[in-house]
Design a protein around this ligand. Structure first.
Ligand code: SAM
Ligand code: DTB
Ligand code: SF4
Length: 338
């Protein structure tokens, strides 16, 4: 069995990314099969609990107040709406419910409100995940104490390219929040976005940052940029799809026990492209017709895809690195049935 490493050099990662495609995919499948059932995919559903008017200037994001995007803003959702959405996600077969807010960071008053949401979703037997922006150590501890299983906070790209995309916070700020999340005992979900005009070296440097964290993130979302009109990155050259698959495969090899999520961008991918990503070791998706503000594939399309590929939803709590304890009686019969 291969050793889990946290000391990857960027040259090693670049040579993985540059392997002949078939060799790379074979190495990724081998790593994948050491730790996971290759025919299971973890299924999460996403809900935007506070939409738009974000003070940060992330160049990819339709929710930034700095960009001129047509978007209906919303205040923090009432608890009952969260409960209804979570119930429906569970009925559709999701095992994890992820809640996202367009904040730079939550205020302490906000935190009280979202803690109620964590409690409601947990009681339904769903795993819980939130992404709320930067956290202090105390806020991370409060979320962990409330039973939040995962915290998502993406590094997005390489430290070198970061400043081209975001000016209102630093890479160091992101790493600091990830430290707080880890120290508070929550599972870490962190990854990035491909197709923002970055180079292969930037992708290697992003993967290096993720794989050399003191402990590998339990969940690594790889997003393909969803280009939204009005954002600065609208119109940027699309990435070669094989380069996307290569990056997924390399993430799988570097972090063999982590769930690698084929995250935003699936609506723009063919079924064949998604199948290649699963072959390269992606084993988690967002399921449900909406991401935060942009569309995700129709549920019927995903059900058909799972059936055609013989993929089954992974039961809750199968976290190779860090078992989640809230796994409840989740219903998965709607997905992937022949
Ligand atoms: N505001 C919080 C933050 O930035 O951490 C949480 C919500 S934010 C929308 C969560 C993540 O969504 C970002 O870190 C980014 O990786 C991803 N994202 C946002 N817009 C995207 C887009 N257009 N395409 C792909 N991923 C996107
Ligand atoms: C992640 O890595 N991708 C999700 C989730 N974490 C929060 C967000 C994708 C957002 C795509 C653009 C939108 O729908 O607004
Ligand atoms: Fe705000 Fe998050 Fe969007 Fe950046 S990615 S503008 S922090 S919602």
């Amino acid at each position: 069995m291969s050793r889990i490493r946290n000391d990857w050099s960027v040259e090693e990662i670049e040579s993985l990314l540059g392997l002949p495609f078939n060799d790379l995919i074979f190495a990724a499948q081998r790593a994948h099969r050491e730790h996971f059932d290759p025919n299971q995919v973890q299924v999460s559903t996403l809900l935007s609990i506070k939409t738009g008017a974000c003070p940060e200037d992330c160049g990819y994001c339709p929710q930034s107040a700095h960009h001129d995007v047509e978007l209906e803003r919303e205040r923090l959702l009432p608890l009952e709406e969260v409960r209804t959405a979570a119930r429906s996600a569970r009925e559709q077969g999701a095992t994890r419910f992820c809640m996202g807010a367009a904040w730079r960071n939550p205020t302490d008053r906000n935190l009280e409100r979202v803690i109620e949401m964590v409690q409601v979703v947990r009681e339904m037997g769903l795993e819980t995940c939130m992404t709320l922006g930067m956290l202090t150590h105390e806020q991370a501890v409060r979320l962990a104490d409330a039973g939040l299983d995962y915290y998502n906070h993406n590094l997005d790209t390489s430290p070198e390219f970061y400043g081209e995309i975001i000016s209102t916070r630093t890479y160091g700020d992101r790493l600091e929040t990830l430290d707080h999340v880890r120290a508070a005992g929550m599972s870490v979900c962190t990854g990035g976005i491909l197709g923002m005009g970055e180079s292969r070296r930037d992708r290697a440097r992003l993967l290096q940052q993720l794989a050399n964290l003191p402990r590998h993130p339990e969940s690594v979302p790889i997003n393909q940029l969803v280009q939204v009109e009005g954002t600065p990155l609208f119109g940027v050259d699309a990435l070669d799809p094989f380069e996307f698959v290569r990056t997924v495969a390399t993430a799988r090899i570097l972090m063999p026990k982590s769930h690698v999520r084929l995250s935003a961008g699936r609506t723009q991918m063919t079924d064949e492209m998604q199948a290649l990503c699963f072959l390269a070791g992606a084993n988690s998706v967002f399921y449900g017709e909406q991401l935060l503000t942009t569309p995700n594939p129709e549920m019927a399309r995903d059900q058909t895809l799972f059936t055609r590929l013989g993929i089954e939803p992974e039961p809750a709590g199968n976290d190779a690195g860090n078992p989640v304890t809230t796994a409840g009686d989740t219903r998965v019969e709607h997905l992937g049935q022949a």
